[in-house]
Design a binder for this molecule. Structure first.
Ligand SMILES: Cc1cc2nc3c(=O)[nH]c(=O)nc-3n(C[C@H](O)[C@H](O)[C@H](O)COP(=O)(O)OP(=O)(O)OC[C@H]3O[C@@H](n4cnc5c(N)ncnc54)[C@H](O)[C@@H]3O)c2cc1C
Length: 412
């Protein structure tokens, strides 16, 4: 762009591209700065066997609806990246531009990059809510010869040293990676903390179909008793496809479950005695979901084949070992499926809470002209999903256009 933009969008994932689409519809001059390539995280931070948890038909972005041959299928990471690249082909994206700082300047925002600075009245931070891989402090106590990697760095069993693997974290990434490794013939140990189970399908429909139908995905953040807690709650364990994924199954496949990892003492790892409690809580989530569907079916007189709520036995979870000797078990790799935190230290504004998360209303902060896109529970449960970011993008773009036309910038 040769002329001065009204707005600078940082990040060309689904959030940045969706807001760009809506800004174009509003005639707002803007540029999208992306440090690597469009849809980068789907290319370089997902494992080879990764598939979306959400079905293809739920890939609904402003101006784009899935129209392919397999609406009930689940895209690979590469397919999502290709989709986003096509979606963003007319967007004013500049790739290879790493933004190093955004700071208030001269009534607007100065955006510093590795190749010069830009200024605009509005800046939209769309750099992703999962930016900084998080590993627990005990990671530094592991023996030096153990290969450690975060789930975002895992690609396939073939790239790991031979021998067993300990996966720490039993959310969707941890359980999918554990299943992937077991499928490749690896001996896998899984350290299990708090997580939530859901059946993949229930009463003849995919769980995401039910969540959509029951309005769970469009639930607004201001209806929650504790929004901060909801933003920290792990996503339910699911895998793309028609099959369930949960600990019961993984144990049947030979994966060795443990409680939460509590400490490292040389090659000996210690685990809490909490596996049964974690499993019980995870299964209770699945049971609650099934009950909500049953109630909905009854209230609306839907024709959905009855299905009994799964009540798996959990006795095996009571007598798992509390220690693990990496050497004895020939474990040479530890994969941290322990989530991400956000890193906005480069955004120079007083709009962050004690843990560094943005304080905002529908993405708009108290700093005039500074907004965020794609945050978890930004406005609704689906705000950070491919299917939900669009509504927030439309809202934000309209607001930016109105402010531009009025010549004012209103803070939250
Ligand atoms: C394992 C996993 C599975 C998921 N599965 C699903 C699913 O099935 N369905 C679903 O709807 N959602 C899913 N999500 C959630 C969500 O869709 C993704 O997290 C998605 O990538 C978020 O999109 P985004 O545009 O907000 O951020 P990102 O995809 O993270 O995009 C941000 C972009 O900003 C760029 N960037 C970052 N910092 C800078 C900088 N300083 N300067 C310039 N550019 C920068 C990055 O390179 C990146 O391209 C999943 C997430 C994970 C981690």
């Amino acid at each position: 762009m040769d002329t001065q933009p009204d707005c600078i969008v940082i990040g060309a994932g689904q959030a940045g591209l969706a807001v760009s689409h809506c800004l174009r519809a509003q005639g707002v001059r803007h540029v999208v700065l992306e440090r690597r390539r469009i849809g980068e995280r789907w290319r370089s931070e997902r494992w080879d066997s990764f598939r979306l948890l959400s079905p293809n038909w739920q890939t609904r972005l402003p101006g784009h609806h899935y129209r392919g041959p397999d609406p009930d299928g689940f895209m690979t990471g590469g397919e999502v990246a290709t989709l986003l690249e096509r979606y963003g082909q007319d967007a004013p994206v500049r790739t290879g531009i790493d933004v190093t700082a955004a700071l208030p300047h001269d009534g607007g925002w100065l955006v510093r990059t590795g190749s010069g600075s830009l200024w605009a009245e509005h800046v939209v931070i769309a750099t992703g809510h999962l930016t900084a891989p998080r590993t627990p402090a005990v990671a530094s106590a592991l023996p030096a010869d153990i290969r450690q990697l975060h789930s975002s760095e895992f690609r396939s069993a073939a790239e790991l040293p031979p021998g067993g693997v300990l996966v720490v974290g039993a959310g969707p990434s941890g359980q999918q990676i554990a299943a992937d490794l077991a499928g490749a013939g690896r001996r896998v140990h899984l350290a299990v903390g708090g997580h939530k189970n859901l059946p993949r399908r229930y009463r003849g429909q995919d769980t995401y179909w039910w969540m959509d139908r029951l309005g769970m995905l469009s639930r607004r953040v201001d209806t929650l008793p504790d929004a901060a807690a909801a933003r920290r709650t792990p996503n339910a364990v699911l895998a793309g496809g028609r099959a369930d994924l949960n600990l019961h199954q993984l144990v049947q496949r030979g994966i060795v479950p443990r409680g939460r990892l509590t400490g490292v003492d040389g090659a000996t790892l210690h685990f809490a005695d909490d596996l049964a409690a974690s499993l019980h809580a995870a299964d209770a989530n699945a049971a609650r979901f099934c009950t909500a569907v049953d109630d909905h079916v009854r209230e609306h007189g839907l024709d959905a084949p009855p299905q009994s709520v799964p009540r798996p036995t959990t006795g095996w979870a009571n007598d798992t070992a509390r220690t693990l000797d990496l050497t004895e078990e020939d474990i040479n790799t530890v994969i941290w499926a322990t989530g991400f935190s956000s890193d906005y230290t480069w955004v120079k504004a007083d709009v962050f809470d004690a843990v560094g998360d943005p304080i905002h209303r529908r993405g708009v902060t108290s700093a005039p002209g500074l907004a965020f896109m794609g945050l978890r529970w930004q406005h609704r449960r689906s705000s950070h999903f491919l299917d939900g970011v669009g509504r927030d993008a439309e809202h934000l773009a309209l607001r930016i256009a109105v402010e531009r036309d009025a010549g004012v910038r209103v803070a939250a």
